[in-house]
Design a binder for this molecule. Structure first.
Ligand code: MG
Length: 383
């Protein structure tokens, strides 16, 4: 039995991961569950899966959990609980489905403990992807992507040497607003949160609506698979059936196709290199009808252009991009800035950054992250 810890067990990926675990009895033992603030659901999950450790990030929720009988060791609140769980000797595989930069230290802890990491939390890879890959190599750890598009590329690449890759075709649904006519200036959070094909948490759904999520994925896969950022091409594919494709030097293009259902890439990350029957509805291509592809509109969705610029510049700029986006999305969800101001906050923060071109160490990335958050907050309050 593979012993797994789920960081982010009450979110959309975490709950789907537990459905995958349920569907494969005898295959996985859940040894750790960590959540942000949903103590009620974490408590129910603890009673059902009987992990040895639990942790709640928010201290008030964590205090409440302490008074309840769940039979597990409570690792306490904050990032320390996540870090301890991620590196714990009883864990074989860590699924990190945390949201945002908070997953940075837990990912580092898991890699330094030589774990296999099933990664859904892409932000740390945006902040310091090259450094995390170096760390993984050093400690014999492994990162397997959970997100559907990076998973597709991972599947297309298996069995082929990286040197044979000409380019990667990274597909994007386009999010909630791609086909919306007129100005995006007055788009409210509720509308931007209505994703056409994927049901996900609020941060990633807004990032999908701005296409920032695709820019993040491009940076993530650049590091995961050792690609040149110029070899990554983004295509809008509203049907979300082709989850991405790889073009090889000989002109062959391999794609991974499936019904849009997160349980599939989650399951593959957990069972890799094995494949097993899944709960996912089988793909009916005739019923799917036509599959369409088009180049993204970088002007209207300028967050994507900013992410591409950060990828090209490298150094500390991707960490600035990530931090500013996190602050901007929070401000947008709280109704403090308008939809079109999301890109402005990110751009203003990026323009203010005076970092060197070299690859910053982990401590320096954390400093850059904190600086960029302050700067982005300032910009938000001035808008
Ligand atoms: Mg994705």
């Amino acid at each position: 039995m593979k012993r797994i810890a789920i960081l982010g067990s009450t979110g959309s990926i975490g709950r789907n991961a537990l459905r995958v675990v349920d569907s494969m009895p005898g295959r996985f033992q859940v040894v750790g569950l960590a959540a942000h603030s949903n103590g009620e659901l974490l408590f129910r999950q603890a009673l059902r899966y009987r992990p040895t450790m639990v942790s709640l990030f928010e201290s008030a929720a964590s205090e409440q959990l302490k008074g309840r009988r769940h039979g597990c060791r409570n690792l306490g609140s904050g990032v320390e609980g996540l870090v301890e769980m991620a590196g714990h000797p009883d864990v074989d595989l860590v699924l990190t489905s945390l949201v945002g930069g908070v997953g940075f230290a837990p990912l580092l802890a898991a890699l330094r403990a030589g774990k296999t990491v099933a990664l859904a939390n892409k932000e740390p890879m945006v902040m310091a992807g090259a450094q995390f890959m170096r760390e993984a190599k050093r400690w014999g750890a492994r990162i397997i992507p959970v997100d559907s598009e990076p998973s597709a590329i991972f599947q297309c690449l298996s069995g082929s040497p990286r040197t044979g890759v000409r380019r990667v075709l990274l597909t994007a649904s386009g999010g909630a607003l791609y086909r919306r006519k007129g100005s995006l200036d007055r788009v409210r959070a509720a509308e931007a949160l209505r994703h056409p094909t994927w049901k996900m948490g609020p941060k990633i759904t807004i990032d999908s609506a701005t296409l920032m999520n695709k820019g993040f994925e491009a940076i993530e896969i650049q590091h995961l698979f050792g690609l040149d950022h110029k070899a990554i091409e983004i295509l809008i594919h509203p049907q979300s059936i082709v989850h991405s494709a790889v073009e090889f030097q000989d002109g062959s293009v391999l794609a991974q196709l499936a019904s849009p259902d997160m349980r599939l890439p989650i399951q593959y990350a957990l069972t890799h290199p094995d494949r097993a029957p899944s709960l996912v509805r089988r793909l009916d291509l005739a019923a799917a009808g036509s599959l369409t592809f088009q180049e993204p509109d970088f002007r209207r969705f300028s967050c994507l252009a900013l992410a591409r610029a950060a990828a090209a510049a490298g150094g500390g700029l991707p960490a600035v991009l990530n931090a500013a986006d996190e602050v901007a999305v929070e401000a947008f969800l709280a109704g403090r800035i308008r939809f079109t101001q999301l890109a402005r906050v990110v751009e203003t923060t990026m323009n203010a950054f005076r970092g060197g071109r070299g690859l910053p160490g982990f401590a320096e990335v954390v400093e850059i992250d904190q600086w960029a958050r302050r700067k982005a907050q300032e910009t938000c309050s001035r808008l």
